[in-house]
Design a binder for this molecule. Structure first.
Ligand code: IVH
Length: 692
């Protein structure tokens, strides 16, 4: 659409260069599956070319990518029965409204049924079935003829060798790699030649067209259209495919045993009005970040065969369908530097510093790089162009270098040889490197964390005080806080009698914090505040926790084998500190839970009587009224005291959303999923017996 942002081309020289850039990009995109332009940049460029061509129709180059399917880049030798077309794009709700109005004007009547479906981000493919058997797979190619990729048969989930009925039909749809398939493919390729794929789409493209690969990677197919193939047709299928609404054709495809989006959370639906279309667009956009595969928009199609037939086709797109593009989640930018930070538990993590790039409305300057072996595996270098991924609330991450954009000036990433925090030795035996001092390396951070408001809540024990105590040699970990003497505290700078007494009282009070908070204070890797509460409620006492083996730990909700094993190792390391706490008289029990003898925790009040038993509750936004003074952690504690399970993300399993002021995207998501929403005050009424 013309009002979308585009690259401005000043003169004919800029125009010619832009056409060349676009051609190079499409050749790479539809060929080997890697492009030097990300989707947004490509769209902007083509819109710029279109704008220039409108103003200078006499200068239009014959190989301009405008008005061509796939930018005119690909060839193949299998003719398509019906051209495989592309879709026009809109980028906003007003653009969509305009497009709908345009179509209804052309038809001279309102369109009353729309199919609204996800735009799957993979490659278009036509699957030809004869008498129920898959006989040929053809890529889109240039739209009129494509490449035969029948050899991929049997490796594509959702595209069976035989249909449930012996019919002759061509089913078109998108081939892609799910996130899990992509991970598996990267591992295989890594083992094979030490490289990985830049992203799932490239991996799917490369895999589909690969001829003599020594390893097999699995793909996934979702059908989005079907049409007759020449055949004798006693069942009248061809007639059905010509006359049924698109939505019913999709039902038929699913019945034949071919995957459609019907089984996913973003299944195609039929909408009757523009409002319904918009509502579904918003739902799909919200669900996007949690999908196991990539989508890059929403496709809106006139559902009725009569509407489609009358609207007809433009030169390269149908007039009865449009793609509503969602913001790109992946961009290409430059890796400027890698810095190494030491976490609370001594983990040394690499962080990528990037040339700022905007993804989905936020400017990204930093991204995670996982760990050193990941850097080596991906062969990343400083100065590389890299693909950066960010969706929804996820932390941005660097995916892979764009190898063909290398200039030779790239520099190796220097790995630390000593701990960047304390200059001590590094343990490099695991994938994630760690300072040999572990927690001690980060004593300041870990002690300050332990005394924080959501853990032991010792007022007056902030970072400055902790540093003073460490420097004086009075403490080495937070267990030593409980044996501090009045004299020791008085000897510190700016510590008078009143402050000292207040601090001693706060330390004394911290001894009666519930086990959940004491456990959280330990900073066990992989267990944050919510998990600490679950562990404390499950086991009831520290004794029971320490007696548990990996299997018993896995009985705690959300604990997999990896986390459980890690927790065991951590607890072994933390035993001296725990002993110190016990000796100092710190509480080691969780109120409301009794020791698990059979591996199951029991509650004082029978679980069924609690108002939130079995319910997953999410709190979001700023709390007001009686909940105003509570931290998010305290609200979560309240949810759990009332028998519920606190969670930070809304899903179909969420039973209730407590939405405070400025609740934002979680509220929108709850609305789209039909999750009940209450205000903080309504929630306070519901759990009033459990307010402290
Ligand atoms: S319908 C004549 N439906 O998007 C109608 N296409 O940018 C043609 N795509 O070439 C396509 N999801 O590869 C349709 N639900 C969907 C789709 C979809 C993804 C792809 C398809 C198409 C491209 C156009």
């Amino acid at each position: 659409m013309t009002d979308a942002p585009h690259t401005h081309l000043d003169d004919q020289v800029a125009y010619v260069a832009a056409v060349q850039t676009a051609l190079d990009a499409t050749t790479a995109y539809y060929g080997a599956g890697d492009s030097s332009l990300d989707d947004d940049a490509y769209d902007r460029l083509v819109r710029g070319i279109e704008a220039y061509e409108r103003a200078h129709p006499d200068q239009v180059l014959p190989d301009s990518p405008t008005g061509k399917v796939a930018g005119g880049a690909v060839e193949g030798d299998v003719p398509h029965t019906v051209p495989m077309l592309s879709l026009d794009n809109v980028f906003s709700a007003p653009d969509l409204t305009k497009w709908i109005a345009g179509l209804e004007r052309r038809l001279a009547r309102p369109v009353t049924a729309w199919s609204v479906e996800p735009k799957l981000d993979g490659l278009a493919i036509a699957a030809r079935y004869r008498d129920g058997r898959l006989v040929q797979l053809v890529t889109r190619g240039d739209g009129t003829q494509g490449e035969d990729v029948t050899r991929a048969t049997g490796t594509i989930v959702g595209l069976p060798d035989t249909l449930t009925e012996p019919v002759t039909i061509e089913i078109r749809g998108e081939v892609l790699m799910t996130n899990a398939q992509f991970e598996a493919a990267c591992e295989k390729r890594l083992a094979h030649d030490g490289t990985t794929f830049a992203n799932a789409r490239n991996a799917a493209a490369g895999t589909l067209r690969a001829k003599d690969r020594k390893y097999v990677c699995e793909l996934t197919f979702f059908g989005y259209s079907a049409m007759p193939l020449p055949a004798n047709d006693p069942s009248g299928l061809a007639e059905q495919l010509r006359t049924l609404p698109h939505s019913q054709i999709m039902d038929l495809v699913a019945k034949l045993g071919v995957a459609t989006t019907a089984g996913t959370t973003v299944a195609g639906i039929v909408a009757g009005t523009a409002e319904e279309i918009q509502a579904r667009i918003e739902q799909i956009a919200t669900l996007r970040s949690e999908l196991p595969f990539a989508i890059d928009g929403i496709v809106i199609k006139a559902d009725l065969a009569t509407d489609q037939a009358e609207a007809g086709f433009g030169s390269r797109v149908p007039r009865w369908a449009i793609a509503y593009k969602l913001p790109a989640t992946e961009k290409i930018t430059k890796l400027k530097a890698v810095t190494w930070a030491v976490g609370r538990t001594g983990i040394i993590a690499p962080r990528a510093e990037l040339e700022p790039v905007e993804i989905d409305g936020s400017t990204i300057t930093f991204a995670t790089l996982h760990n050193p072996s990941d850097i080596t595996r991906r062969d990343l270098k400083i100065g590389d162009h890299v693909t950066v991924y960010k969706a929804g609330d996820v932390i941005p991450r660097v995916q892979a270098p764009v190898a063909h954009l290398r200039t030779g000036d790239e520099q190796d990433i220097v790995f630390p040889t000593a701990c960047p925090n304390c200059r001590g030795e590094i343990d490099t035996s695991q994938e994630r490197w760690r300072c040999l001092r572990g927690r001690a390396c980060r004593a300041i951070t870990s002690i300050t964390y332990a005394t924080g408001r959501d853990q032991l809540d010792i007022e007056g024990m902030g970072e400055t005080r902790v540093v003073q105590l460490l420097n004086a040699g009075y403490i080495a970990d937070f267990g030593d806080l409980f044996t501090l003497t009045r004299e020791q505290l008085l000897s510190l700078d700016r510590m008078g009698e009143t402050n000292t007494d207040k601090l001693l009282a706060a330390i004394e009070a911290a001894k009666s914090q519930p086990l959940s908070r004491v456990f959280a204070a330990l900073g066990v890797r992989g267990t944050g505040r919510a998990m600490s509460r679950r562990i404390a409620r499950h086991f009831g006492t520290m004794e029971a926790i320490l007696a548990a083996d990996a299997e018993a730990i896995q009985a705690v909700e959300g604990m997999g084998i990896e986390k459980a094993t890690l927790m065991l190792a951590e607890l072994t390391e933390l035993r001296p500190l725990i002993a110190k706490l016990i000796a100092a008289g710190v509480n080691m029990t969780e109120p409301g839970a009794t020791t698990a003898t059979d591996g199951q925790s029991q509650s004082d009040t029978p679980a069924a009587e609690l108002p939130l038993t079995g319910k997953s509750v999410v709190a979001t936004g700023s709390m007001t009224g009686r909940l105003e003074a509570l931290t998010r952690n305290q609200v979560n504690e309240l949810i759990e005291r009332a028998g519920g399970r606190s969670s930070s993300s809304v899903s179909a399993r969420t039973a209730l959303l407590v939405a405070g002021d400025n609740a934002g995207s979680k509220r929108a998501k709850a609305e789209s999923l039909g999750v009940p929403i209450v205000t903080p005050e309504e929630f306070a009424d519901l759990v009033s017996d459990f307010l402290l």
